[in-house]
Design a protein around this ligand. Structure first.
Ligand SMILES: Cc1ncc(COP(=O)(O)O)c(C=O)c1O
Length: 440
């Protein structure tokens, strides 16, 4: 183990979303990174099969980002986010609105995905209030959805393990998830299942649209194990939301900035929501940041209804909203995404990845393989009533062999670096096949 980490240090750090006892008995210590690889404390190179936590799609330690961040720190380390501004926040907002679907031209900065989904749902609720419809407060999420760890996120999120310790915080309802056993091993978008969006009509019948503010979904679920939307599903959801005056929020914290082969999944799936939540890849993961992109008329409603010009239209924000260092990192990230054509690379190699990952069909315990763009999820059969044990064992074997993949619930998840080469994809998939077949 790394000499620098003491037993006292190990004992002191309460790690997030981590089996602390297991980790501290057998630490997996990452001490460096370069390109698509981590370096552990034993000097081993480990292929980063999840791009950090879906954060570092361009690979690690880009000198251009380090330089931009360093320069920013020397020039302006912090500026108050409330009532004052600094130029890079405005420059970045302009750049972002050039990338979003048409009409989503307002940018609200946050520091994480959780804050992005809290912010979008707060904007939705207050939007109806400033519009004279204060009863439209209910937020509808989806089973298996992940929207972060805040009170909002665990309420409209739909992963049981993240909620049950706390009970219900905010009022929220849930659409059914779109994973369907009969569509197992679909390549890309499942053919069937668009009608699952019609379940929203049931919730409208139950609550009445006059009480519903917004629907929030990940266009493609990540944390639940990469659940790809069935063909036509998102379009149907959009239609129903429009018909019933319900805002549609896409949580693109994982899909934003390239993962599906376009800047946003909204473009890939050709559905324009009313707001897009983003984070993670916006700075290639190197500085915490997020942004909510909002339709113009929502912003305008706030401006039109706030009274005197010195009144604050939206009493919401964070000390670090639009932090200068995060803005510098995001601008450098956008430059590199464009210059190195990473997103085109995802689109180009996603066919190879699809063929490679589906070659695992037939491996032991494997119940499903799902993929889209540079993301894939595998469902693994439970053992002795324990959903998580096999994915855990498989991921540990892969770590020993030099591959980092994410395990969560009964799934394994891949989010390849955009710079992955075909031989790296093949090596990863071969290693996964061996690891999956080796567990009992
Ligand atoms: C879709 C989605 N939304 C929100 C979040 C929460 O992001 P954060 O952990 O930055 O708060 C995540 C994190 O994985 C996510 O995948």
């Amino acid at each position: 183990m790394d000499k620098q980490v003491t037993q006292k240090g190990l004992d002191a750090y309460w790690m997030p979303y981590t089996s602390n006892r297991q980790f501290k008995a057998d630490p997996r210590m990452i001490v460096g990174a370069k390109g698509a690889y981590y370096i552990d404390d034993k000097g081993r190179e480990i292929f980063d099969g999840l791009s950090g936590l879906w954060t570092c799609g361009m690979g690690h330690n880009h000198p251009e980002i380090a330089q931009a961040v360093g320069e920013q720190l020397r020039e302006l380390d912090y500026a108050p986010a409330f009532q004052y501004g600094h130029p890079k926040a405005f420059e970045l907002a302009e750049r972002l609105t050039e990338l979003t679907p048409q009409g989503l031209d307002k940018v609200f900065y946050v520091n994480s995905g959780s804050e992005a989904t809290d912010t979008a749902t707060k904007i939705a609720r207050a939007y109806w209030r400033v519009n004279g419809q204060p009863t439209k407060t209910r937020i509808i999420g989806r089973a298996k959805g992940y929207h972060g760890a805040s009170w909002g996120g665990i309420s409209f999120g739909g992963i049981g393990g993240n909620r049950k310790l706390w009970g219900q915080a905010m009022e929220a309802d849930h659409l059914p998830h779109t994973w369907q056993a009969q569509q197992a091993f679909s390549r890309g978008m499942p053919e069937q299942g668009a009608e699952l969006a019609d379940e929203l009509l049931e919730l409208v019948a139950l609550h009445d649209a006059s009480n519903i503010a917004a629907v929030i979904v990940e266009p493609m679920s990540g944390s639940a194990g990469v659940i790809v939307p069935p063909k036509g599903y998102l379009k149907r959801l959009r239609e129903i939301c429009t018909q019933h005056n319900i805002l549609l929020i896409f949580d693109e914290v994982i899909t934003g900035f390239g993962r599906t082969g376009n800047y946003f999944a909204a473009q890939t799936f050709d559905v324009v929501p009313d707001m897009i939540c983003s984070a993670k890849q916006i700075t290639n993961g190197c500085v915490p940041m997020g942004a909510v992109m909002v339709k113009n008329d929502i912003y305008q409603a706030y401006m039109d209804n706030a009274g005197a010009a010195h009144n604050i239209e939206l009493p919401h924000g964070y000390t670090y909203s639009g932090h200068p260092v995060a803005c510098a990192a995001a601008l450098a990230t956008l430059d590199l995404l464009e210059k190195n054509q990473y997103i085109a690379q995802v689109a180009e190699l996603s066919g190879h990845f699809e063929r490679a990952i589906h070659s695992l069909k037939g491996a032991n315990h494997l119940l499903d393989i799902r993929n889209f763009g540079f993301a894939a999820g595998l469902s693994i059969a439970h053992r002795d009533g324990d959903a998580a044990i096999r994915p855990f064992e498989i991921a540990q074997r892969l770590w020993q062999q030099g591959f980092y993949v994410r395990y969560g619930g009964d799934t394994l998840q891949l989010g390849l670096p955009f710079c992955s080469q075909t031989h790296e994809i093949d090596r990863l998939v071969d290693a996964m096949g061996e690891a999956i077949n080796s567990v009992s």
